[in-house]
Design a protein around this ligand. Sequence first.
Ligand SMILES: Cc1cc2nc3c(=O)[nH]c(=O)nc-3n(C[C@H](O)[C@H](O)[C@H](O)COP(=O)(O)OP(=O)(O)OC[C@H]3O[C@@H](n4cnc5c(N)ncnc54)[C@H](O)[C@@H]3O)c2cc1C
Length: 385
Amino acid sequence: MTPYDVVVAGVGPAGLSAAAACAAAGLRTVLVAPSARVWAPTYCLWADQLDAAAGPLGLDPAAAAARYSPTVVRTAAGGERRLQRGYARLRNGVVHAALLDRLRAHGGEVRTGRVTGLVRDRDREAAVLADGARLTARTVLDARGGGPGTAQQRAWGEVVAGPVPGLVPPGGALLMDWTALADPAAPPAFLYGLPLDDGTVLLEATSLAARPPVPLGDLRARLAALLDAHGLRPAGDAERVAIPLDAPPRAAGPGTPLGAAGGLVHPATGYSVASSLRLGPRVAAALAAGADPRPVVRAARPRTTAGLLGLGLEVLLALDTAATDAFFAAFFTLPEGAWGGYLDAGSPPSAVAAAMARVFAALPGAQRARLLRSVGRAAARIRRG
Ligand SMILES: Cc1cc2nc3c(=O)[nH]c(=O)nc-3n(C[C@H](O)[C@H](O)[C@H](O)COP(=O)(O)OP(=O)(O)OC[C@H]3O[C@@H](n4cnc5c(N)ncnc54)[C@H](O)[C@@H]3O)c2cc1C
């Protein structure tokens, strides 16, 4: 069979955006996954990230996402804070169809199959499929999702009839409410909420990070108690979220890992979709220029930044409910440029370190001492490996 320029394994946000961009860049591209169904999870990102990613992917930014303003954070220590930065929810059907159309319009192919291994053969790479077929190309992009990890973000979500102005600001997004589910006897959890296009509202009880992960049943029970207290009833399918936060990138070998497989998941937030949408066209441009795509992928997740964010995750894991609340009250007093830099796994290490120092300075004295103790424990844990 004639080799391709690019084989992309996986049709999540990372794989599909990279495949569409590669085809549009004139590369002979084949996308392979067990199924090319529309993505089920509710994917969100900052509105400016969507706007920046849309053009290079040929997406219409107005159609690709619902937008929210204000973006609200509530803490017991800091009250309600309305962030200026707009939030956005991908319209999965629109984005998925647009990217598949772009792939096919530029001659790209979609193949149903499970990749069981990647091999290198001289100057070629190949994806070996479960049925024994081999897809050979100059480059295989491996976007088959992340490994299990030991720390996870977990959430249980229910859709309720809207609006629920006491919880979610009309037209806005509730990014984090650390007061709604607060229980000093339980692991820290916050309420997340978004109005959906049909007038319903998605509410999620979220454990930002825990090792071992918080059982989904516990989050479901905490959300059910909150819904009862507000006289709300689930009115649709539940959303179950489990995002590994500390899964390492796939080991070096044939293929270039992308998205969650490439360690692009932010260790403290679980987000990777914005980074993946941004990366696809950059990888495609490198390949179209005959260059090695791996430096481009490495630049999307600088190693020192990943190390600092990993330390940040370990610190978060050690905080109880009150300390977590105080941490986010302080975090969102920072200027947007500072907290925004921390929330982007592609930021330079200096931006992440500066945000860490500023949060520390913004904390009350007692919380600073607690944070320092957790930093010490986290650093010791990282040293032990
Ligand atoms: C419910 C939920 C909500 C989330 N919400 C957000 C959010 O709001 N914002 C955000 O940034 N992140 C969010 N995340 C986290 C993260 O961004 C997602 O996990 C995202 O899907 C990762 O994208 P990906 O393309 O790297 O991998 P995946 O989406 O996991 O895609 C992997 C692809 O590889 C395919 N595949 C797997 N094995 C094989 C194989 N052997 N051969 C071929 N193909 C294979 C799969 O079928 C799939 O198509 C959420 C995660 C979940 C679970």
